[in-house]
Write a protein that binds this ligand. Structure first.
Ligand SMILES: [Zn+2]
Length: 140
């Protein structure tokens, strides 16, 4: 990568993905696994690490020589809606994917999608009224 310049580096990393962290981190309602690692392709796909509650990426998850300067990285934004997938699936009912939503460019909420045959669970089925929670649950 030496001598290729920052533009070439960005171009080379396109077609990859970004890393997402719904925050606060939650556990699967059925097996309790902490669902901390997620990946998606709806953002800039430059191996940025995005955390719910923030406007810009928290960090650039690449080797130091390929890392964008913070001032450049902080110019990136997420789209209004973006889907991402869990890398922590441990049981049959762990959420398959989630959809994040931004408001005024900030990632403000996340909806977790479960299989349609996931059994009744309070955390999932009674959360429609919890408008203060940053996390929502739905069945596919
Ligand atoms: Zn699970």
């Amino acid at each position: 990568m030496l001598g290729s310049g920052p533009v070439a580096i960005i171009f080379a990393s396109m077609g990859m993905f970004d890393l997402y962290e719904p925050y606060p981190v939650i556990g699967c309602p059925y097996c309790g696994t902490q669902l901390a690692e997620w990946q998606g392709k709806d953002g800039p796909c430059a191996l940025f690490f995005w955390r719910q509650g923030m406007v810009a990426p928290l960090r650039h998850q690449v080797d130091e020589e390929c890392r964008l300067p913070t001032s450049k990285m902080e110019q990136f934004r997420l789209p209004m809606k973006f889907r991402f997938y869990s890398r922590d699936i441990k049981c049959r009912f762990c959420p398959v994917y989630a959809v994040g939503q931004t408001k005024d460019q900030m990632w403000v909420s996340t909806t977790f999608f479960l299989l349609s045959d996931a059994p009744y669970h309070e955390m999932v089925d009674l959360n429609e009224d919890r408008s203060l929670s940053p996390h929502l649950w739905r069945r596919q």
